[in-house]
Design a protein around this ligand. Structure first.
Ligand code: SF4
Ligand code: SF4
Length: 450
């Protein structure tokens, strides 16, 4: 694609990067067929190619974003399905990240939306604030259907309340512990991204991760001062808060690397994993560049680490059939596709995959709150495809997807299922009745040093 940036514009590194990306696109349109918003809406401007044109014009003119551009960029899920499909290697992720930042800097959203985005940014990345907000939402949840009106604001309020869990689990006793000592001879040492929203919604995921890794002889450290990866702010175009959160993680993990060393930085929320793996790019022109590149190189999804260290189940084959839902951030963002299915099959599960597995479930960070109508349609489509498989549970590696698809068939994080089959407790989400004859379902405790 021909571009017309001036030399002065190209002095800016983000614009230079976007220029390179735009010039890679050959307008072939292959990406349109696998873009969820184009599939649903059929509008070229809601396809990757259409958005690429809009972004190109906006950046070239260096003008404030228009309401029309904002509408179509906002409708993008950042699912990155287009990047998997594109034969030219167009890095749509970096392009849309730049566009979102430009939009936030130049466009004034209607005030209810500004307030909502600020509230999400203030609450979601901070577990204590999020926990308090969830208690409030839980009380208001029964009234979600009573919110009147067909406006986007009303739809967003209803979506927010209906996504709040009926019960907020207690904080994990492992949450405050810093080092989780390996059982037996130590084979490795990793840092775990404890995350933000996930540790409040489902602390059992981090617990399973720590149990499983320490049982495999891997020491797990939750680095002091590490927290939210910054993805939630990053995807909303809030550049400075995102960089602050990410920078704190880079410093925290760099201290661990320089100290006792790390074999990996384990991420069990794939949306976060995609961002941590991109820290090297995000910080490329900052004093943290070298440290960020090192952190990104060490970042790995939990399933990648389990394959590397040789996961082996110890329980009987469970006789359970799972639908494996490939989170977009895992399959498109990180290109981690085989590992989760290989591990689940190794653990003894029968694994089925729904048709249209490349299409997003509509979760996409805060997308299901900001674009509840499209998100709802994608969720219904995904659940319909999964229902045809007749499975006992849905496995996925991202808390956003697990929350989005919850309500019918149990939704369980992959690592909880793998931990169970390697001696951990049965995931609570599978219900009370034992699905496997096993007398030793008592929680396994890892040796923990604070
Ligand atoms: S990221 Fe997803 S929604 Fe956005 S343009 Fe690409 S395929 Fe479409
Ligand atoms: S598939 Fe790639 S090269 Fe073709 S239009 Fe889409 S982004 Fe451009």
């Amino acid at each position: 694609m021909k571009t017309n940036f001036t030399d002065a514009q190209l002095a800016d590194s983000d614009t230079r990067e976007s220029n390179t990306i735009l010039r890679t696109c050959v307008h072939c349109g292959f990406c349109t067929a696998t873009c969820p918003t184009f599939v649903l809406l059929g509008d070229e401007l809601d396809s990757p190619r259409g958005r690429i044109y809009l972004i190109k014009e906006m950046l070239e003119q260096n003008a404030p974003a228009t309401a029309d551009v904002v509408k179509h960029v906002d409708r993008c899920l950042s699912c990155l399905s287009c990047m998997t499909t594109c034969p030219s290697g167009v890095n749509y992720m970096h392009l849309v990240d730049h566009a979102r930042r430009h939009i936030e800097e130049t466009y004034t959203r209607p005030w209810p939306e500004r307030v909502l985005r600020r509230v999400l940014s203030f609450v979601l990345p901070y577990p204590r604030r999020f926990r308090v907000a969830l208690f409030g939402a839980r009380l208001a949840r029964p009234f979600a259907r009573l919110i009147p009106g067909a406006s986007m604001l009303a739809a967003r309020m209803r979506a927010m309340l209906s996504l709040a869990p009926a019960r907020v689990p207690p904080a994990s006793p492992l949450a405050g512990a810093r080092v989780h000592v390996a059982e037996g001879a130590r084979r490795g040492r990793v840092a775990l991204l404890a995350g933000c929203a996930q540790q409040v919604l489902a602390p059992s995921i981090n617990e399973a991760t720590i149990r499983l890794l320490t049982r495999m002889g891997i020491e797990v450290v939750v680095a002091e001062s590490a927290g939210c990866c910054g993805a939630l702010d990053h995807h909303m175009g809030h550049h400075d808060p995102a960089m602050r959160l990410a920078g704190a993680n880079i410093e925290a993990w760099s201290r661990e690397i320089a100290g006792a060393g790390l074999d990996a930085i384990v991420v069990n929320t794939s949306g976060c994993g995609t961002t941590v793996k991109d820290y090297g790019f995000m910080f490329r022109e900052t004093p943290l560049a070298a440290k960020a590149a090192e952190v990104s190189a060490l970042a790995a999804d939990i399933t990648e680490v389990l394959v590397r260290f040789g996961y082996a189940p110890t329980r009987e084959v469970p006789g359970l059939t799972l639908a494996y839902h490939a989170a977009c951030s895992l399959q498109h963002g990180q290109k981690v596709t085989a590992e989760p299915k290989t591990l689940l099959r190794r653990a003894g599960f029968t694994v089925k995959e729904p048709v249209e597995g490349h299409l997003c479930c509509g979760s996409a960070g805060t997308y299901n709150l900001m674009q509840p109508v499209i998100a709802g349609q994608l969720k219904a489509r995904k659940l319909e495809n999964i229902a045809r498989l007749r499975v006992d549970a849905i496995a996925a590696g991202n808390i956003g997807c697990l929350t989005q698809l919850a309500g019918g068939v149990p939704t369980i994080h992959t690592v909880e299922l793998l931990d169970w089959m390697a001696g951990g407790p049965k995931p609570a989400g599978l219900g009370g009745a034992p699905l496997v004859p096993d007398a030793s379902d008592a929680a396994q405790s890892s040796a923990t040093r604070v």
